[in-house]
Design a binder for this molecule. Sequence first.
Ligand SMILES: [Zn+2]
Ligand SMILES: [Zn+2]
Length: 283
Amino acid sequence: MAQTAPVNLSIGKKGAINMKKFDYHTHNGYSRCVKAPWKIIAGWKVAKSKGIEKLGVTNHVHFNHPEQHYLTHLRKEIQEINEDGLLLGVELDIDSPDGQNVLKKETYAIIDYVIAAPHNQPTDFLNNFDFDKEDEEAYFSDLKKILTMAMKQIQFDIWAHPFLQELNKLDLRYWDIYLEDIFMDCLEICVNRGIAIEITAQWHKEYSRPKKNTWYPEMTISKELYEIINKMYKIAADNKDIKFSLASDSHSLQHIGDISVPLFYVEKLHISDDRILEIEKKS
Ligand SMILES: [Zn+2]
Ligand SMILES: [Zn+2]
């Protein structure tokens, strides 16, 4: 039987009712990854039908082609709908070890918030080719620089899908060898800079790593990956100064507001409601 988007993750009813239901990471167009662009008004209706109180539209601003002029049109679209729960953000590529920011001042002036993550790491190279220890070390030392420099220098609010690319594509033993240490360093900067950690539904999507040893009928990921994700979020949850952001990372109308996976981790790790990031609309 084909496994589909995450549902029924055994979220206790009491917890689910009291939790904040925000979806701060969705894509409605302006990128090749969105196959069927949707209007924000249609997205807002879907979000409300799923009990989502705040919805953020966060299309990409790419590192190599940082087109961002389209955001003025989206701001207008959102202003016309005029709902307090509807926000305009961007998903910013951070791909430079020098912490270079491709987001313009004018853009900051019209958006409500920024989520950021690297997207162009050479994981396929590391995965598919014969590489030695030196290549491996270079990859992770670059990744650490990219993340820490961006967190120190660029104004953003949410670290989107931490290590999604690495944990989905590379050998999971890298968590112990490199990623956990990088995560600890990043968390410290996140505390100082007020950057929230995103809990994303992406981990459980169909195109995640092969489903061998799937541990739980509703979960579409391996037990091995689940344990690492759980550990990562637990480290963050144990640091009381860290806030979290919930994300469907939906690229289609039907998946807007699908935050049952993030809510599952929130409940499992006893993350209190006041630690769920709440963003106010600017204008
Ligand atoms: Zn992303
Ligand atoms: Zn995204």
